[in-house]
Design a protein around this ligand. Structure first.
Ligand SMILES: [Zn+2]
Length: 146
């Protein structure tokens, strides 16, 4: 395999590394993901969702994805301020609830795929070990080609 120079990723002003391209549809200039066990096969949002059979929706701030999962929370009068407990909406709202809210789950993973953040050497970090500047660079890319 041809060696790629990812040494440009040293600041948020980093340039697009050569080879940063969806291996399925060829999309460039967009966020890519890689299999957690395979650091070189890159896929775009659409192709990763298709491959992993997942539904993901970009968040408003462009830094993460919504899943289909929604968390339900309630408060009762006896709870301390700002304390919320989860509840199962299929069983109805808890009888002692004085307030309820729900939020859509956020992630940056798609099944077994994690953000492909380029590093100095010819590999891609996984989402837990990447330095912040790399993630900022990744987050600055659009989710989909325009
Ligand atoms: Zn693609």
């Amino acid at each position: 395999m041809e060696m790629k120079d990812f040494g440009v990723i040293s600041s948020s002003k980093a340039k697009m590394p050569p080879g940063y391209k969806c291996s399925k549809c060829g999309a460039t200039g967009v966020k890519l993901w890689h299999d957690v066990l395979d650091h070189q096969s890159l896929l775009c949002l659409r192709c990763t969702c298709e491959d992993q059979n997942k539904v993901r929706t970009p968040s408003e701030d462009g830094r993460s994805l919504y899943t289909e999962k929604i968390h339900y929370w309630y408060r009762s009068a006896s709870m301390s301020p700002n304390h919320w407990s989860g509840y199962d909406p299929t069983k109805g709202i808890p009888s002692d609830a004085v307030d309820i809210r729900s939020e859509q789950e956020r992630t940056n993973q798609i099944g077994w795929y994690v953000p492909a953040v380029p590093t100095k050497d010819d590999t891609f970090f996984d989402s837990t070990s990447e330095p912040k500047f790399g993630y900022d660079w990744w987050a600055s890319l659009p989710f989909l080609a325009t």
